[in-house]
Write a protein that binds this ligand. Sequence first.
Ligand code: ADP
Length: 668
Amino acid sequence: MANERVLVIDDGKDIRDLLVESILLPSGFQVLLARDGADGLQKALNEKPDFIIVDMQLPRLSGLELIRGLAERGQEIPSILITAHGSEQLAVDAFRAGACDYVIKPFEAEEILAAIERTIRTVHARRDKQELVERLHEVTHQLGDRLREFNTVIGIGKSVASLLDLEQLLNRVVEAGVYLTNAEEGILLMLDKESHELYVRAAKNLDSELAKTVRLKVHDSLAGRVIHTGEPLLVGEKGWQKIKTAYLVQSLLYVPLRVKGRTFGVLGVDNRKKSTPFTIRDQELLAALADYAAIAIENAQLFARTEVERSKLEAILRQTEDLVIVVDPNGEILLVNQAAQAAFQIPDQATGASLASALEHPELLELFEQPDERGSTRRAEIPLADGRVFNAHVTPIPGVGRAAVMQDITHLKELDRIKSEFVSVVSHDLRSPLTAILGYVELLPRAGPVNEMQAQFIQRVQRSVQNITSLIEDLLDLGRIEAGFDQSMQPYHISTLIRDVVEGLRPAAEAKNQTIKLSMAPHLAPNRGNPLRLRQLIHNLIDNAIKYTPTGGEVVVEASREQEQIVLRVSDTGIGIAPADQPYVFDKFYRSEAVVDSHVGTGFGLSLVASVVERHQGRIWVKSIAGNGATFTVVLPVLLPPEKPEQPAGRPRQGPANARSPAQIGGL
Ligand code: ADP
């Protein structure tokens, strides 16, 4: 107990002296005195003592009335009531009125001291509580301020984050920085990576000449220091600061603009006239704003770059002569370029409409509808009503849908037609002289005796002429097939054709000590087709398998039926085909480099095979690992009997990427 101020209100000298002289002053209290109730109340209200000792019986206002009077005025001053007539009722009334303690006269010094001690404890407890409440108020107030400031930062942050126009965004950021820190000027500096200098990208209230011309070296400026350290910089109490030569400020605050640990600029505020320095709070606010701003700037820059790319792409798509159509996974149009719009007469504003409703071209629609197999690209030739022919590729694009790109191949088709016509005419014209050569060569032995060597030469001439003749036959056949002159369709059994061909080629296989294995599903249904051409197809495939398989190898011929299709597979254990050659083996006259010198051939057999497959609305593809054999697979749809329309009963099975479909085979 010490130094508390106590108001003693008593009209009796004895008690007063006892309290004051013997108890309170020696204990270190500061004592105030009053001799009647009204005076005591007034003193209590004016002086606000730490506690009161008051007698019950007083002139003008009793002790109890005084305590009540204080309570009524909202003054909670702890008080001890002294009374000569202790009663239970009085005690209850005293405590109700707000008294802390109650002492009955006459009392011992210890008694009143104990009461004072209890009261002091109450005084301390109340004071602590009061302090706590005040502190709480203060902290709540500060927190409220903080919250308001950060809400402002968040609000500003959000509003700048939604801006995609870089200029507008940068200006807004600087304005917000000035507003938040109550600064005179604001500046946003960006780093020029090449010159390693900082230049003003946006400013508020800054001298416009300075804004235009300022370039600050990173190694030699305050802003550069922020770029270098990636830390904020707050200066102001050390006198004038230099932003650049001859541009002085009283105080300034710089914070870094950082994204993913990379500082690309500085956001700064300064005061030229005001001498009040910026505070740590200002720094926190500006740094929070800079965090938002940095992301927003990065986004806006990204958006600007994307926009440039997008408009470039749009221009390319618009200008290109290729036709481009893109649909989403539901078949709704995402993009149609002008060329495609004109070619297919797709109405304006077709974006969003279903392709099926906007496009009247069954072949192209079918190409879009075909199921994706392993995300592969589908190709087809698309003829237009105006006579042009397009080579269309439909490619699945993950996350987007499908895109069709179509190139005009009309001129190539025409060239191909002329070339085929030419080949056909030349072949035709060559046939008669060759027949004559062969005839005369055969007559040679009859014209007189020939020696052994001459006989050998005659034989070689005969073989060569026969080879040329068979090539010419093939050329003429292909010409006929491609021109559609060879359409006689009749029932056939694939198993019969296979057996015939295998029997015919067995001697050739045996000569190379090879085995031919036949694996045919029982009861293969008859199909409709051109047996002559199909025999040629099977012959060419097995002949190649024998030819390109070394001595002692194996050739397997399989035939089966899968749903509405007949599947023919010819595999061998031969030299195989390199991946680079695989896409071209069905082209006319194509021979892989690996066989040109080692195996006799014309490079024509597989193109004939491909044409026959096309005529039968089938598909063919090859799978091979160089050095490890090759497998050719042909899928032929089971065609309906002649009385029904000649349409395939089922869509031909899709093959892998190098598979030839009817539309692809035939020329190009
Ligand atoms: P060729 O008269 O050269 O056999 P083809 O058109 O029949 O002509 O075949 C084209 C090319 O494909 C061949 O030159 C060869 O490189 C390759 N080829 C065809 N079949 C096979 C096979 N079974 N094994 C390896 N390569 C083959």
